[in-house]
Design a protein around this ligand. Sequence first.
Ligand code: FAD
Length: 82
Amino acid sequence: MKQLKELMPGVQFIEDIMWAGLFGSTKDGLPYIGPHPDFKNAFFVLGFGGNGITFSIQGRQIIADMLSEKPNELSYYYRFKR
Ligand SMILES: Cc1cc2nc3c(=O)[nH]c(=O)nc-3n(C[C@H](O)[C@H](O)[C@H](O)COP(=O)(O)OP(=O)(O)OC[C@H]3O[C@@H](n4cnc5c(N)ncnc54)[C@H](O)[C@@H]3O)c2cc1C
């Protein structure tokens, strides 16, 4: 809206529809998936950036493996405090 008003200052218009998709990203581009030391009995699947379809599916598998105490090689890369 601000940019449009600057671009076309003489034109009157109203907002009809506004839409946005928000992405939470981490510094290294990888998500945080797994337990966090400050939150007992909780598992997190966060910070997907623009790759949420891939990371959310991996997150489901990693958390399922953690709950059944199976090793999952990806959990190392997505851990908190890495
Ligand atoms: C505009 C946009 C573009 C994107 N493009 C890409 C892309 O190109 N590539 C990519 O990899 N990722 C992309 N993503 C990200 C990706 O879509 C998401 O990160 C991913 O879908 C997250 O999966 P999820 O299963 O964690 O959550 P979601 O897909 O959000 O699923 C959560 C589900 O839980 C349901 N739900 C929520 N609360 C409740 C409740 N209380 N009770 C019952 N059900 C509930 C919701 O209705 C929803 O169906 C994009 C996202 C957006 C917004």
